[in-house]
Design a protein around this ligand. Structure first.
Ligand code: PEP
Ligand code: MN
Length: 380
């Protein structure tokens, strides 16, 4: 589970107590600079750079975020060029004017690609995660996985641990549900994501899941985010129903700052005054977040609308608006579902929606990320 990281050596101070700083204009207060390491820079070159900065009295932190990122605290804008300008180990340096830093697009201007199994999120592909709200039993999840594969979606979903609004509602099958998802993957080849609700479950789930889902209710469970920052598996981070974009991105920042760069954001609807849809799909924020961050962003029109008839139009809108994928709830028999049956697509509705997305994708410059049954292509 341990990744090779560019970890900060313990914080040290320079011989004169770190008091010596390069002169800067008194008008610019010391702040934070983010420096992106050149992909070809070796770890020892980076360490030497960090040591040099420390000897200049600058407090540097190093994170392995994709190509590697250094954060420098207590630096003035005018000093950035003096200290770092033209250094061979660095690709670019910028001073963030937002509270989130590593999620900013400047870190990876071309956007990052995060894979669940082999399925890419980000880049030119549009990926589909589909499956039931909850794993309810062996027959149900195997049927669901088969139909998800048959329509060409790339990733299976299914909650084994369910955060339910009422304690009297079905709470999920727990680890038995995870075992059933593992069986469904073995039969269909589909990677799967499943929700993790507590920090203590991150390790037990690690050997089994292809990706963790952080539910909307847990977006600000910071202990959970810290535990997920320590693993090298993708995290689908749903936006809290009352979370601002900044709060959502700062939640992502917990994962990035802790060392997990495999973050996929998921807009799933926010709470507004209108109650005729389950939530209000905030597609504008999805597009804004795509612009402001390098992270892949997907949309969950199932929870956002809560109504099967509205899911297809919102999924098409998400694709047209630049989302990197959708997460859809589908059930072999929605009427018998133990959780969220009212919003579950029927298998034929998912099939029809997949056809629509496939037809639309080229018109908006995207290609569908192929499911396991589709012919393999190089470069995936
Ligand atoms: C779910 O995906 O089934 C779910 C509980 O979603 P959310 O966390 O967005 O409410
Ligand atoms: Mn659900």
């Amino acid at each position: 589970m341990e990744r090779s990281r560019l970890r900060t050596v313990p914080k040290t101070r320079s011989a004169n107590g770190g008091a010596e700083r390069l002169p800067g204009p008194p008008s610019s207060p010391p702040g934070v600079a983010v420096a992106v390491i050149a992909p070809e820079a070796t770890e020892s070159i980076v360490r030497r750079l960090v040591e040099r900065l420390r000897s200049e009295g600058l407090d540097a932190s190093v994170y392995d975020v994709g190509p590697g990122v250094i954060m420098l605290r207590g630096i003035r804008a005018a000093e950035v060029d003096d200290v770092l300008g033209g250094h061979a180990a660095l690709e670019r340096v910028f001073i963030p004017d937002t509270r989130y830093r590593l999620a900013r697009r400047e870190v990876m201007p071309g956007g990052s690609v995060v894979r669940i199994g082999d399925v890419p999120f980000g880049g030119e592909r549009f990926a589909v995660i589909a499956g039931p709200c909850a794993v309810e039993g062996r027959g149900q999840i195997l049927d669901a996985a088969r139909l998800v594969r048959a329509v060409g979606a790339g990733v299976l979903r299914g909650g084994a641990f369910k955060p339910r609004t009422s304690p009297y509602d079905f709470q999920g099958l727990g680890m038995h549900g995870i075992e059933l998802l593992v069986e469904a993957r073995a039969e269909t080849g589909l990677p799967f994501v499943s929700e993790v609700m507590s920090p203590g479950m991150v390790e037990p789930l690690y050997p089994h899941v292809d990706g963790y889902q952080v539910g909307a209710r847990n977006m600000q469970n910071y202990d959970l985010l810290k535990a997920l920052a320590d693993v090298d598996k993708p995290v689908v981070l749903k936006r809290g129903p009352a979370a601002t974009v900044e709060e959502w991105l700062l939640a992502a920042e917990y994962l990035l700052a802790g060392g997990n760069d495999r973050v996929i954001l998921c807009e799933r609807g926010i709470r507004a005054f209108n109650s005729t849809t389950r939530f209000t799909l905030d597609l504008a924020s999805m597009a804004l977040v795509k612009r402001e961050t390098h992270l892949p962003v997907i949309v969950d029109p199932s929870h956002a609308t809560g109504e099967p008839a509205l899911i297809a139009p919102m999924a098409r809108a998400a694709l047209a608006a630049g989302a990197d994928g959708v997460m859809l709830e589908v059930h072999p028999d929605p009427a018998s579902a133990l959780s969220d049956g009212f919003q579950a697509l029927r298998p034929d509705e998912l099939d029809e929606l997949m056809r629509q997305l496939r037809a639309l994708a080229p018109a908006v410059g995207r290609r569908m990320a192929d499911g396991v049954e589709a012919p393999a292509e190089s470069g995936r």
